[in-house]
Design a protein around this ligand. Structure first.
Ligand code: AR6
Length: 184
């Protein structure tokens, strides 16, 4: 499914984020930046050792990445030139500021893209795997973060895509986007 938020194209697809041809892809990392399972593991495997080395250098400098923040590295062997690593919140029932932290993970990733003149960007569904954030609420937060960024910086981005791993996740994002288009 495709739509536009202002001058920015919004694309929802089912697929593997490591194969995207956007200038940057976003990694749903953890605070250690040392890799892990899920999309993080897939990105580190596809990008190769250079990515790990760059993450180690960031750790040496700033000691990891707090929840809601984002850091950037090169893309190693990926088609994407950059990887933006962000850390979504672990879901604890919604009482520990999880929605706001998830919003920050998206908006800090978008800010970092803009600072690096990145015009096309692919996101996975941050926090909705191992971190168990409910997918419907996460989709609303993700799309709201992109919409609000684009309203603030209408010329910054040509395309934002969400790459959903399962057809069910894609369906949830599509339903959420329909609501945005109809009500916002
Ligand atoms: N492309 C796109 N999406 C994917 C891919 C892929 N190749 N692989 C998995 N997903 P998760 P989180 C989906 O668990 O919840 C890691 O161990 C997956 O189906 O990767 O933010 C990190 O190191 C799900 O919908 O990220 C952290 O410790 C979504 O990506 C922790 O997991 C996110 O699931 C982060 O947990």
């Amino acid at each position: 499914m495709q739509a536009t938020f202002g001058r920015t194209k919004l694309v929802l697809v089912q697929g593997d984020i490591t194969e995207q041809k956007t200038e940057a892809i976003v990694n749903a990392a953890n605070s250690s930046l040392l890799g892990g399972g899920g999309v993080d593991g897939a990105i580190h495997r596809a990008a190769g050792p250079k990515l790990h080395e760059e993450c180690l250098a960031i750790r040496a400098k700033q000691g990891g990445c707090p929840t809601g923040q984002a850091v950037i590295t090169g893309g190693g062997n990926l088609v994407a030139k950059y990887v933006i690593h962000t850390v979504g919140p672990i879901w604890h029932g919604g009482t520990q500021n999880e929605p706001d932290l998830l919003y920050q993970a998206y908006s800090n990733s978008l800010n970092l893209a803009q600072e690096n003149q990145i015009r096309t960007l692919a996101f996975p569904s941050i926090s909705t795997g191992a971190y168990r954030f409910p997918i419907r609420e996460a989709a609303t937060i993700a799309l709201r973060a992109v919409k609000e960024f684009v309203e603030k910086y209408p010329d910054a981005l040509d395309e934002v895509r969400f790459v959903l791993f399962s057809s069910n996740d894609l369906q949830v994002y599509e339903q959420t986007l329909h609501k945005f288009i109809n009500t916002n």
